[in-house]
Design a protein around this ligand. Sequence first.
Ligand SMILES: [Zn+2]
Length: 261
Amino acid sequence: MPELPEVEHAAAIARRIAVGRSITSIVLRHAAQRRSLPPRAARSLVGDTVVAVERRGKSQRFRMSSGRELVIHFRMTGDWLIPDDGPLPRTVRAIISFDDGARLALDDPRALSVLSLCEVPAEDRLGPDALDRALSAAVLARALASRRIPIKVALLDQSIIAGIGNIYASEALWRARIDPRRSANTIPIPQLRTLLAAIRTTLTHAIRWQRRYYGSSDAEPAETRFNVYDREREPCRRCGKRIRRIIQAGRSTYFCASCQE
Ligand SMILES: [Zn+2]
């Protein structure tokens, strides 16, 4: 029976194949797996993108960009097999195909593996980590597609991106020259790409700053540390106009109305 180390090894294989890819089909070849994952649920995963593969205990969880999880438990004899061009073994019970042509096959002689789809409650749901390389502009666009809320408020929603707080949301939007009041679902993919780069630069700088100055007495002064945060009425470092402060969802947002559009 696969134990934790075997399942972790399998999850690492699944991670390499699946993360950042969208599902193009799931074929279930055995009635046992069709019982736990009915064909309609399997079809609903087509077009959804895998943002992470996690192991919890002996189960593997494919976290999808829709906020759902495809949960796989190998039970007694399950394992992943990466198919070559030849015919699949008869013991393959499920085949998941991805948009780059890669496939993951669930090989399970006893056919006891369980695949199931979970809706994760919003409060338990963490989006991809802001520094996770699987988080692309396309994944972000999908997560924002139904959000008619200001982009600044969306960035604080941990179910969309995990790890950005109030300070770095303002800083990243300034760096990306995006107006924090813009509706999250109207930002085109090239600008989301710029925004992701800005988020990563902002967070990487912040991590470096923490390492260098945290707890030290020669801390860099706050006025050079931030570009907009806590700088109301001070000049924008790019255009010289005054930084504004507004309240969004009860939190202060700092931005330059002149060079953020
Ligand atoms: Zn400016």
